[in-house]
Design a protein around this ligand. Structure first.
Ligand code: MG
Length: 376
């Protein structure tokens, strides 16, 4: 049976804070939407991402992936209809409809909903309400409510494609979710067990809770890198991708970017994948004078291939001269650009060694770096 999931990510919800729609806010080193999309990868045949027209950067980014993109509607139901429409040529039999703001949904819940669709036209996860329920006027309790038979609704909500498409086409609008749309069309919806960890990010504190839930099975890796290059003739040095005028140059087989080499080795280290010398042997003439960007890009690509996202890197340059401070922000921006990170994930700082040792005698520059990678 051909299966699909529609992830509705066109909302403008900013109750969660941060000044941008919650699906684009960072959650444990990635964006909420990235986590949510990942949850469905490999579990369904087609994945539709419904995006607001104005999220142009997201359109550009995700059009390069295998996802099917659909434009948001004027309300949530309109977005779902556009998502269903985007699947019309794919002979889909089972479709799951999921809120992008539920990034902690488990493979178990997704699998359970799909399995329930073998025997039901519609199925959705629900959690039986166990807390006592009150009514209140905002400050005092005005009554109690019988909780028996009450469920908290979750997503993904699953349907036979033809049935939910027809139900949406005939619904007058204003439904809270797709289960309500299905029921209005006379479709029985089976309840399958929900998961307390499948929370919907709504308020600022929900980010912290979602990170705690993800942390239960999060694979975090640290790596360090250390590099030294000696001074020689020249009128500039390249440090963390930035050309800095100086009375001397740095010697090396490549462009001798000691900072970028340390960061690159920190990433290789976190992956337990050797070091720059192993991937780009100095004995190979093709790397002579090479821009170190090539090495850093390779390490970042390798991290991606092995399933890791870079959470942050921190690089310290050790030298008396040139002065790093005036160039540090440009260095951060350049390395962030190469690594595809935000500048707040990249730190570049410097220290002298109090005129002690080889760096103190200005015989060369040393650099140490740390990288933190998170399994995505
Ligand atoms: Mg080096």
């Amino acid at each position: 049976m051909t299966t699909a999931a529609i992830i509705v990510a066109a909302g403008r919800g900013q109750r969660a804070g941060g000044g941008v729609p919650k699906q684009w806010r960072a959650l444990a080193a990635r964006r909420v939407a990235d986590w949510t999309i990942d949850r469905f990868e490999g579990l369904v045949d087609h994945l539709v991402l419904v995006l607001a027209e104005e999220d142009t950067a997201a359109w550009e980014e995700f059009s390069a992936t295998g996802l099917i993109l659909a434009p948001g509607g004027t309300d949530r139901a309109g977005s779902v209809r556009n998502g269903l429409q985007a699947l019309r040529a794919h002979s889909v039999e089972k479709v799951l409809i999921h809120d992008v703001a539920r990034p902690c949904v488990s493979a178990q819940v997704i699998g359970d909903v799909l399995a329930a669709l073998d025997t039901h036209t519609a199925a959705a996860p629900g959690l039986a309400v166990t807390d006592a329920l009150w009514t209140g006027d905002g400050s005092v309790v005005t009554g109690t409510q019988d909780r028996s038979g009450l469920y908290a609704a979750q997503t993904p909500q699953g349907f036979h494609y033809g049935a939910i498409t027809a139900a949406h086409a005939s619904h007058p609008g204003g439904a809270a979710d797709d289960v309500e749309v299905a029921r209005a069309a006379g479709i029985d919806v089976a309840i399958i067990p929900g998961d307390a960890d499948n929370l919907k990010i709504t308020r600022p504190e929900d980010f912290e809770r979602a990170e705690r839930i993800m942390g239960k099975d999060m694979d975090v890796r640290l790596g360090n890198g250390y590099d030294v290059h000696r001074f020689g003739d020249g009128d500039h040095v390249i440090l963390c991708g930035v050309k800095v005028p100086h009375t001397r140059g740095l010697q090396g087989h490549s462009d001798a970017d000691v900072g970028m080499h340390a960061v690159t080795d920190a990433i290789y280290g976190a992956l337990a994948q050797g070091d720059i010398g192993q991937h780009f042997p100095p004995s190979d003439p093709q790397w002579k004078g090479a821009a170190s960007e090539i090495f850093l890009r390779h390490a970042v690509e390798l991290a991606g291939q092995l399933g890791y996202a870079i959470s942050n890197v921190d690089c310290t340059l050790v030298c008396e001269f040139p002065k790093i401070g005036p160039h540090a922000d440009a260095m951060r921006a350049e390395m962030a650009r190469i690594m595809g990170l935000r500048t707040d994930q990249v730190s570049v700082k410097a220290t002298t060694s109090e005129r002690l040792g080889f760096t103190g005698r200005s015989e060369g520059i040393a650099s140490i770096a740390t990288a933190c990678l998170v399994k995505s």
